[in-house]
Design a protein around this ligand. Structure first.
Ligand code: ZN
Length: 295
């Protein structure tokens, strides 16, 4: 099933809802990084909210999100632009659950730490904002982020479900944002509805579409605006890593050439491996030397 997001205006345009199906994105992340369930749930929730957030901003805007908690997963890093996401966790091998069998994402991420969101439009200095973690459950943490950093009262739901073999079988989420002028009774109604609703991942597992989720939250009082495709994709290539190596400078490259005779780099986001031979390293050193004019 194609991954996508649906945007809607609800209650006479006073509430904005984004609902996303991200099952395939989370399956791809699990496959690339060999994620154990709790690491996968944490990364999947972050990938989902990043995909949704990238749809709320200008389409060229590049988002970098870091979730840095004090739990065993370590730092979670996500990048997103216009519905395309990629990400990784420091420790992919975490499997923590509560007594009832539910995955314990809060303790795996850690309850102390922060979320950093960097927005880059490539026109001026990137805008960066940091808020502390509230619970480590990710959805609550981003609810707090929207209230504190963007001053938008919001509700966030995020979920990743697994089959009996610990493979992702349903994932997605929603973002509900209250606009100025929203009636108090609408907010009360929404809060009640969100409190009673089953988790969005269990709805997706039952076959709910993004539109069905919006329908459930609003009891049918909505107007669909836009559908956007979401995907996990890494735009890395050998040339990018070549530029990265060159930026190390001549001395460092000479050192690599003399000790290892080659360089091998693995992309953190997609696992692709790039090899540079001694000839290629030599070329880079020549390039740097020629630039400075001191052959
Ligand atoms: Zn890559």
């Amino acid at each position: 099933m194609k991954n996508y997001l649906q945007k809607a205006y609800c209650f006479d345009g006073t509430v904005r809802i984004y609902a996303a199906i991200t099952t395939e994105i989370c399956q791809k992340a699990q496959q690339i990084h060999n994620l154990w369930p709790t690491s996968c749930a944490a990364l999947g929730r972050c990938l989902t909210i990043a995909a949704i957030m990238s749809a709320t901003y200008k389409s060229q805007e590049h988002l970098t999100i870091k979730v840095c908690g004090d739990g065993p997963i370590g730092q979670i890093t996500i990048e997103a632009t216009d519905g395309t996401v990629r990400g990784f966790v420091h420790n992919p091998g975490v499997y923590l659950s509560y007594n009832n069998g539910k995955l314990n994402v809060a303790d795996a991420v850690g309850r102390n730490g922060y979320i950093e969101v960097i927005k880059d439009l490539y026109m001026r200095q990137p805008f960066s904002s940091t808020v502390e973690l509230v619970s480590g459950e990710i959805a609550e943490d981003f609810t707090y982020y929207f209230a504190k950093s963007e001053q938008i009262p919001s509700a966030v739901g995020l979920g990743v479900l697994f089959d009996t073999e610990s493979k992702v079988n349903a994932a997605g989420g929603f973002l509900v944002q209250v606009m100025p002028g929203c009636k108090e009774e609408t907010i009360t109604k929404l809060e009640k509805k969100l409190g009673q609703m089953p988790s969005c991942s269990s709805l997706i597992e039952q076959g709910y579409s993004a539109k069905d989720i919006i329908e459930t939250i609003t009891d049918g009082d909505y107007q669909l605006l836009e559908e956007k495709e979401l995907k996990y994709e890494c735009p890395c290539n050998k040339n990018r890593f070549r530029r990265g190596l060159i930026s190390l400078g001549k001395d460092e490259l000479l050192d690599i050439l003399n000790t290892d005779k080659k360089a091998s780099i693995t992309c953190n986001f997609c696992g692709e491996k790039y090899e540079f031979t001694s000839d290629e390293l030599h070329d880079m050193i020549c390039e740097l030397t020629n630039k400075k004019g001191n052959i």
